[in-house]
Design a protein around this ligand. Structure first.
Ligand code: FMN
Length: 383
């Protein structure tokens, strides 16, 4: 008697396999990246965001909101949403409901831009705050009126002012839950406040928040602990890091810094750690210190952190279908986070399933106040 061929029970595509992430049993491993769209007029989310997010929501999918500012001081870009006022919390509610109606899990990315701001965004025209008074070199900031200017020198936070910044994240988490989000992602990446503390190029403090790796990691870990306590469940809290160069934030010992941080997080039992790969290609000048990214780091990867971290590990940055599948197959990550492709393809998950061609993303509409163009009008496959 010949044995019947083994039934193919598992999907051939690991991106479509179920996975438990923190509190949630997800249906697939394709995550919607946090993507700033600058459509939240005067920092208040608009109704079109409900359509936009719901278009990209799938049953059992994980979505991370665009970076959402925890305090007025945390702003550094025009028309990005906040979560510090009652009006903002109320405005988020129908957006979250629209995502939940599609069966997705929706986390709020909590944000403070730190030195990546400008007096034009600050109440009373004050200087933005940072660990040290070091301006972002060379790069330019977009001001509220759309013009560009060099980044200015931030004001170094006094040690007595640090607890209030930690508390702003705690309050942001509370407000996010009150709005209906399922949990939060702490934004500790991309040259903003938490990343400013972590990396030597922007932290020259001599108190317990600067100097050694342990000291530079203190602020981020205090934010994690405060947020977890407020949320009441570490499995509803994730965190995002960018070990590589971005917006002048870099560290000559980044492997040691981020290995230390993820090892500290091992015992904190978070939902996940989310990391951004080195930038592989782009329009900026290769290796230029004035670039947003440093393309000379393209051959490096996140393996050392993947190995050091014992929990769920998500990666973002330049992935397509094939590289996502390969990263899962070679155990470089548990989930793949997609930004630009997912932004331009509301039915991205279906296209991954069918291996269908993708709409091209339109950079010129990434950041705009238009509530439709480049936002809710990307076509579906059927069209
Ligand atoms: C339009 C745009 C907005 C972004 N906004 C955010 C953001 O709000 N928070 C964040 O952590 N990263 C942000 N990023 C980075 C993305 O989350 C992601 O890491 C990056 O786009 C690389 O992934 P991709 O190659 O799949 O697009 C943004 C990127 C783009 C293109």
């Amino acid at each position: 008697m010949t044995a019947a061929p083994a039934a193919v029970t598992l999907s051939q595509n690991p991106l479509l396999e179920s996975v438990k992430v923190g509190h949630w049993q997800l249906a697939h491993r394709i995550v919607y990246a946090p993507l700033t769209r600058q459509r939240a007029i005067d920092n208040v989310p608009q109704p079109a965001a409900a359509t936009y997010y719901a278009q990209r929501a799938t049953k059992g999918g994980l979505m991370i909101s665009e970076a959402t500012v925890v305090s007025a001081e945390g702003r550094g870009y025009a028309h990005t949403p906040g979560i510090w006022s009652k009006e903002q919390v109320e405005a988020w509610k129908p957006i979250i409901k629209a995502v939940h109606d599609k069966g997705a899990v929706f986390l709020c990315q909590l944000w403070h831009t730190g030195r990546a701001s400008h007096p034009a965004f600050q109440e009373g025209g004050k200087d933005p705050v940072a660990p040290s008074a070091i301006a972002i070199p060379d790069a330019k900031v977009f001001l509220p009126d759309g013009s560009q200017a060099p980044y200015t020198k931030p004001r170094a936070l006094d040690i007595s002012e640090i607890p209030a910044r930690v508390d702003a994240f705690r309050q942001g988490a509370r407000n996010a839950l009150d709005a209906g989000f399922d949990g939060v992602e702490i934004h500790s990446a991309n040259g903003y406040l938490l990343d400013n503390f972590l990396k030597a190029s922007c932290n020259q403090r001599t108190d317990k928040y600067g100097g050694t790796i342990e000291n530079r990691a203190r602020f981020t870990l205090e934010v994690v602990d405060a947020v977890v306590k407020e949320v009441g469940d570490s499995q509803k809290v994730g965190i995002r890091f960018s070990p590589f160069y971005v917006l002048g934030a870099e560290d000559p010992h980044k492997n040691a810094v981020f290995t230390y941080v993820v090892e500290e997080l091992n015992s904190r039992n978070l939902a996940y750690v989310h990391m951004i790969e080195p930038r592989k290609r782009g329009s900026e000048k290769e290796g230029s210190p004035s670039a947003l990214f440093d393309y000379t780091q393209r051959d490096q990867n996140l393996s050392i952190f993947r190995i050091a971290y014992t929990g769920t590990f998500m990666v973002a940055g330049g992935h397509d279908r094939e590289s996502g599948i390969q990263s899962l197959k070679t155990d470089r990550a548990d989930l793949i986070v997609y930004g630009r492709h997912f932004l331009a393809n509301p039915d991205f998950v279906k296209r991954i399933e069918l291996n269908a061609p993708l709409n091209q993303y339109d950079r010129t509409t990434f950041y705009s106040q238009d509530q439709e163009k480049g936002y809710t009008d990307y076509p579906y496959l059927e069209e």
